[in-house]
Design a protein around this ligand. Structure first.
Ligand SMILES: [Zn+2]
Length: 114
């Protein structure tokens, strides 16, 4: 069977709904969105914004907190986000992605129901 008649994959441009960064992605490469992007309610979000939204959500959930607690919530939310995004990575990789310590990743893993 020849694949010569296969239609050329279409390059689409995606715009993040939050920061308006654009990404070109060829449809049909195994995913409907660029790597690490998500589609939510018809809107696309890049990885940076997915992380920021996870932080915002954690802070909103906590309610009225001090600046110091906010910083703690932020880093914890990023660690949780990175674990959820790709749980198969090593603690070292997750720590690097979340810019956190391996100890923080370990603690976050213990918090999560497995
Ligand atoms: Zn974005």
């Amino acid at each position: 069977m020849s694949t010569a008649t296969k239609t050329k994959p279409e390059v689409k441009e995606f715009t993040c709904a939050r920061c308006e960064v654009t990404s070109r992605w060829t449809e049909g490469l195994g995913a409907a969105t660029p790597p690490n992007w998500v589609k939510e309610n018809g809107l696309y979000y890049c990885l940076v914004c997915r992380r920021e939204r996870a932080i915002d959500e954690a802070i909103a959930k906590a309610g009225d907190v001090s600046t110091a607690d906010r910083a703690k919530l932020r880093s914890a939310a990023v660690v949780d986000f990175e674990i959820a995004r790709d749980p198969d990575r090593t603690e070292g990789e997750i720590a690097k992605a979340a810019r956190a310590s391996i100890g923080a990743v370990r603690k976050a893993r213990k918090r999560r129901p497995s």
